[in-house]
Write a protein that binds this ligand. Structure first.
Ligand code: NAD
Length: 486
């Protein structure tokens, strides 16, 4: 064990252990991830054992008593102090994020910008009691006490934003928190734990890095009261089944296959750059991107040709450290193989390509260049499955009712958008889309004070916004009879 001292600058190359009760706790076994742009091994990190989790849970339970009783203003001040400390170390964190995740440095900068904005906004969001009814005899409130010990299971595509997007709401509502990063991207989250240890009381924020055993140990643990999970739909179902054994609360943020419906009256030159960027950002590895683009048949050819031209001219593939890169390497071998298989499917299924990207063999990094599929059949894999890579299908539509049915036809329902000059029509169409976030003339807008979640198999419950914060609370109806003894 080693205590954590306040440092002026984070050392991003040294990992002394998991962050348990504000101390470094080393493990007998260690492991490493790789830099996806070079294939080179990164630093050794701990492999948490079951007993490390037990200790963290005990500490979190002990800390819950005083943390849940700490006034909102004090919790908010500490959250702001934490944001300041992260900001003071943002240059190293951004460099580390690009190194472990692969995304361009500019996107790492955006991720940290957002994470800071998220934390600072959560610090202003108090879940207050609501008076449901009041008369001379009684007053009835809804009150929102924290649930207890919460655990966050984080994916590899946005380790900082999605990690802190759980830490902030958990802490501000009075819970204690254990974070489990993805084994593919443990580094930034461990460093966020080190920084948290310099701000919060022991046991309030702990970070455990481990292997594939750790997630199931967490979801089964009887001392954990809630799981905040972000990841694939398949894993989400395992998490739900595991939580059922102890009736743990859970929120699941899962995969998506968002439709973007482009109407015939759009100004193509104005909306296309955003739609194209929203197809390839983070190499397509974002839950809410334009993954099925339905274009009205009257403008289909022009839109397709301009999208190809734009992509060729503006969407550069390369290492995240290179200037001007939009598409960094795919993050890991599992995802690289999955996306490569979809590229192989182009020939197998005879799909027409408007832009034939390249998914070659792994040489130094997991690089795949963008592909645009030209009006494939609706039942093809590229339409039905979430690719999570830089490949997108364009599809033709002519009838409004039909395109809404096609957009809603899948089991996923994370995001969806309608693009049109006629905003009233677009809003009318948008209101018929079954997704947790729907945009008119935009895609992928998110904010800390706006709830975010999925319909159908894209998730259960919401994160962020007051609604998301309430998912970190129990709902308690409090009946106060005023006159009984008078
Ligand atoms: P994943 O489901 O493989 O892993 C997510 C996390 O779960 C990781 O930390 C992993 O270690 C852990 N895990 C794996 N098996 C587990 C188990 N049995 N029990 C408990 N935890 C377990 O997902 P991924 O590949 O890291 O992320 C990509 C997927 O996540 C995509 O489908 C994407 O759409 C989705 N995603 C959704 C959102 C959202 O907010 N809705 C955001 C980002 C990514």
């Amino acid at each position: 064990m080693g205590s954590i001292t306040i440092v002026s600058k984070l050392d991003i190359e040294t990992y002394k252990g998991n962050i348990i009760n504000n101390e470094f706790v080393p493990t007998p076994e260690t492991r490493h991830s790789i830099n996806p742009a070079t294939g080179k091994a990164l630093y050794e990190v701990p492999v948490a054992r079951k007993e490390d989790l037990d200790t963290a849970v005990q500490n979190a339970r002990a800390a819950f008593k005083s943390w849940s009783a700490t006034p909102f203003s004090e919790r908010a001040n500490l959250l702001l102090k934490y944001a300041d400390l992260i900001e003071a170390n943002r240059d190293q964190l951004e460099k580390l994020l690009t190194t472990e995740q692969g995304k361009p440095l500019s996107l790492s900068h955006t991720e940290v910008d957002n994470a800071l904005h998220w934390l600072r906004t959560f610090a202003t969001m108090e879940v207050k009691d609501e008076v449901l009814k009041e008369d001379d005899e009684k007053i009835v409130y809804s009150t929102y006490p924290p649930i207890g010990v919460c655990a966050g299971i984080v994916p590899w595509n946005w380790p900082i934003l999605l990690g802190l997007g759980k830490v902030g709401p958990a802490l501000i509502t009075g819970n204690t928190f254990i974070m489990k990063p993805s084994p593919y991207t443990p580094y930034c989250d461990l460093k966020l734990g080190e920084l948290a240890a310099q701000v919060f009381p022991p046991g309030v924020v702990q970070v455990l890095s481990g292997d594939d055993n750790l997630g199931p140990w967490i979801t089964e643990h009887p001392g954990i009261d809630k799981i905040a999970f972000t990841g694939s739909t398949a894993t989400g179902k395992l998490v739900a089944a595991s939580c059922a054994k102890t009736l743990k609360r859970y929120v699941l943020e899962l995969g998506g296959n968002d439709a973007a419906i482009v109407c015939e009256d759009v100004d193509i030159d104005k909306c296309l750059p955003k739609i194209a960027m929203m197809s390839f950002l983070n190499s397509g590895q974002i839950c809410m991107l334009t993954k099925r683009i339905y274009i009205h048949e009257k403008i289909y050819d022009e839109f397709r040709d301009k999208m190809v031209e734009f992509t060729k001219g503006n969407i550069k593939t390369g290492a995240g450290t290179e200037e001007g890169v939009v598409v960094g390497p795919v993050q890991n071998k599992m995802q690289f193989d999955k996306v490569k298989d979809l590229y192989d499917e182009i020939e197998r299924s005879n799909w027409k390509t408007a832009l034939s990207g390249q998914a070659g063999e792994f040489e130094h990094g997991y690089f795949i260049t963008p592909a645009i599929i030209d009006n494939p059949p609706e039942d093809s894999r590229i339409v039905q499955e979430e690719p999570f890579g830089p490949i997108v299908p364009l599809l033709k539509w002519s009838d409004e009712v039909d395109v809404i049915d096609r957009a809603n036809a899948l089991k996923s329902g994370l995001g969806a958008s309608v693009w049109a000059k006629d905003v009233k029509r677009a809003e009318r169409m948008a209101r018929q889309l079954s997704a947790g976030s729907v945009w008119v003339n935009s895609h992928f807008d998110v904010a800390p004070d706006v709830p975010f979640g999925g319909h159908k198999e894209s998730g259960i419950g919401m994160e962020w916004g007051i609604e998301g914060l309430k998912h970190y609370c129990n709902s308690r109806s409090l009946w106060v009879w005023k006159r009984v003894f008078q």
